[in-house]
Design a protein around this ligand. Structure first.
Ligand SMILES: NC(=O)c1ccc[n+]([C@@H]2O[C@H](COP(=O)([O-])OP(=O)(O)OC[C@H]3O[C@@H](n4cnc5c(N)ncnc54)[C@H](O)[C@@H]3O)[C@@H](O)[C@H]2O)c1
Length: 326
């Protein structure tokens, strides 16, 4: 019996595996194809904390391959799935939408089909706050109408959610959709704003700022997200539900820059660029459903999380923080 974590070598997945090793007795399967969306050496470094652990099996394969997934579910007696694997960048999805559709929609469907054939007790489908899109009422509530996704990435995440919810009714696959909001923490992806800003401020290079910095993001620490995911693995009354995992305290991007300047004790050299249409003006999680169903409450204040992130960055443990071809 094991828990399958897709995207287990990624930012969130590698933290989740470390946490599950501490908090559960299950065997874990870390599935990742170590693709070059960003430097695969970073992903190899991410798994170092558990690579030799005999409770973890690392499988280097794509979840888009149905025969391989059938073998994996059978061989490892997969009972729970945390499907974190995806192409996860908003802007790159504008340039390469077909890749996103193939991986995030078709790949998710392969896993749902496998879970239909080899029944599981829980299937966590990790979506994103980007599904709220343009026109959704703020704060974002799961039971209010969604807006139109502003990027192919957001559209693929919404499509994956819909497939998951369809499989609940049609094939009794016990899917729960989770929507994380702007996750950050040590080992953050190199393509995300907090990493790019930190590197720019620390090295004195120009900090590229799209728009005037007034867009707001509901930054949520990876430990809080993973507490929510672990609760969703066993909670009652969550199958077929869609649940936000956020912080519910959105801050302007220029405020984030100020927090990083404080933590790094350097001033940013901001280089203004035009706003981009795929950027949502605000993300803001309503957490009442997560509180009710998962007993979820974020614990890491942004100021503290940013200090911890900067301390990790200064520790120099990142292999190479430049994004690969996206
Ligand atoms: N980081 C955030 O702020 C954030 C916010 C909302 C939602 N999410 C979602 O959370 C999940 C994890 O995000 P992350 O930031 O850790 O990203 P990440 O890119 O660090 O991790 C994703 C991992 O999935 C792997 N992967 C991709 N396609 C694969 C395939 N076909 N087969 C096997 N492995 C594959 C990648 O190699 C990567 O290691 C994604 O689904 C993302 O959309 C992230």
């Amino acid at each position: 019996m094991s828990i399958l974590i897709t995207g287990g070598a990624g930012f969130i997945g590698s933290h989740l595996i470390e946490r599950l090793l501490d908090q559960s007795r299950d065997r874990l399967v870390c599935l990742d194809n170590f693709n070059d969306y960003y430097d695969p050496a970073i992903k190899r470094a991410n798994i170092q904390g558990f690579a030799g652990n005999d409770r973890v099996t690392i499988v280097e394969e794509s979840f888009g391959e149905l025969p391989a997934m059938r073998r994996l579910f059978a061989d490892h007696q997969v009972r729970r799935v945390v499907h974190l694997g995806a192409y996860a960048g908003v802007r790159p999805s504008v340039a390469r939408p077909l890749l996103y559709v193939d991986n995030n929609i078709r790949g998710t469907l392969v896993l749902l089909e496998t879970a239909r054939e080899f029944p599981v007790e829980r299937f966590l489908l990790i979506s994103s706050s980007t599904v709220y899109g343009r026109g959704a009422a703020v704060p974002f509530r799961e039971d209010q109408p969604l807006g139109v996704p502003m990027s192919p990435y957001g559209a693929t995440k919404r499509a994956a959610e819909l497939l998951g919810l369809t499989y609940v009714d049609l094939h009794a696959v016990p899917v729960v959709c989770l929507r994380p909001f702007s996750v950050y923490g040590p080992r953050l992806r190199p393509d995300l704003a907090m990493t790019i800003f930190t590197e720019a401020i620390a090295t004195g290079r120009p900090l590229p700022l799209f728009g005037d910095g007034s867009v707001r993001r509901d930054f949520t620490h990876v430990d809080d997200i993973n507490r929510g995911l672990i609760a969703a693995l066993t909670a009652d009354n969550v199958v077929g539900q869609t649940i936000n995992l956020g912080h519910s305290e959105p801050v302007e991007i220029r405020h984030l820059i100020a927090l990083l300047e404080d933590a790094l004790k350097c001033k940013a050299n901001i280089e203004h660029r035009p706003a981009v249409p795929e950027d949502m003006p605000v993300t803001f999680a309503d957490l009442s459903k997560a509180e009710r169903l998962l007993d979820y409450a974020p614990r890491v204040p942004l100021v503290e999380g940013v200090r911890q992130f900067v301390a990790w960055y200064r520790g120099g443990s990142r292999v190479n923080s430049h994004p690969g071809p996206a």
